[in-house]
Design a protein around this ligand. Structure first.
Ligand code: AR6
Length: 183
C-alpha cells in the first residue's frame, strides 16, 4: 500500500502516492508559476479539474497585487474540486543549487502553511513543488520540503498535512526521507 501515516507534535502526517486534484483536504497546494495564469504539470491538472473559477480568481489577484514572487503564496477557492481552496505557491527553478533554491523552496512550503493557518484551514495537501518542470532534484527537494513543514509544525498544529507523490519512485524517495527527517 502506497501510504504512510503518523503523528508529529499533534499533526497527522500522511504520505500518499496519488493525484492531488482528488484530495479531500480543505486546501490543496498548487506548484504554480509567478504569472498565476496556469501551466502544465500539477498546475494544469488543478485548473482542469477545478474549472474556470480558479483562473478567474487568479486574474483578480494579478490585477490587485501583480505577479507572485518565488517562495510566496496566494489563495483562491477550489472551484469544482473537493478541496474548498487552492493555495498557489511558486517554487524556485533549479539552477544548480547555489541560487537560494533551498531557501526559496522552504519559503514556498512555509508561506503556504502560514496562509492556510491565517485562513483557519486545518487540512492541507502538498505536491512535490519544483521537482517537475522546474528541475529540482527530488532527493534534495524532499529534505527541504519535509524540514520546512516540520519547522512550522513545531509552532502550529494542523489536523493533517498530506504529501501527495505522483509516481511510485517519488513516493519511495519521500518515504526514505520522511523517516530520517521526522525520527
Ligand atoms: N498530482 C500530484 N502531483 C502531480 C500531479 C498531480 N495531478 N501532476 C504532476 N504532479 P510540476 P514544478 C507532480 O512540473 O516543477 C507548471 O507548468 C509531478 O510529477 O507540476 O514546480 C507551472 O505552471 C512533479 O513531481 O511543477 C510552472 O510553470 C510535481 O508534481 C511549472 O510547471 C511538480 O511538477 C512549475 O514546475
Amino acid at each position: 500500500m502506497k501510504s504512510i501515516g503518523f503523528t508529529y507534535n499533534g499533526t497527522k502526517i500522511t504520505l500518499l502516492k496519488g493525484d492531488i486534484t482528488k484530495q479531500d483536504t480543505e486546501v490543496i497546494v498548487n506548484a504554480a508559476n509567478s504569472s498565476l495564469m496556469g501551466g502544465g504539470g500539477v498546475d494544469g491538472a488543478i485548473h482542469r479539474a477545478g474549472g474556470p473559477e480558479i483562473l478567474k480568481e487568479c486574474k483578480e489577484i494579478r490585477k490587485n497585487q501583480g505577479k507572485c514572487p518565488t517562495g510566496e503564496a496566494v489563495i483562491t477557492s477550489g472551484g469544482n474540486l473537493k478541496a474548498k481552496y487552492v493555495i498557489h505557491t511558486v517554487g524556485p527553478i533549479w539552477r544548480g543549487g547555489n541560487n537560494k533554491e533551498p531557501q526559496l523552496l522552504s519559503n514556498a512550503y512555509k508561506n503556504s502553511l502560514k496562509l492556510a493557518h491565517e485562513n483557519n484551514i486545518k487540512t492541507i495537501a502538498f505536491p512535490s513543488i519544483s521537482t517537475g518542470a522546474y528541475g529540482y532534484p527530488i532527493e534534495k527537494a524532499s529534505i527541504v520540503a519535509l524540514n520546512a513543514v516540520k519547522e512550522v509544525l513545531n509552532k502550529i498544529t494542523f489536523e493533517e498535512v498530506r504529501f501527495i507523490l505522483y509516481s511510485g519512485e517519488d513516493f519511495e524517495v519521500y518515504k526514505d526521507k520522511i523517516e530520517k527527517v521526522f525520527s
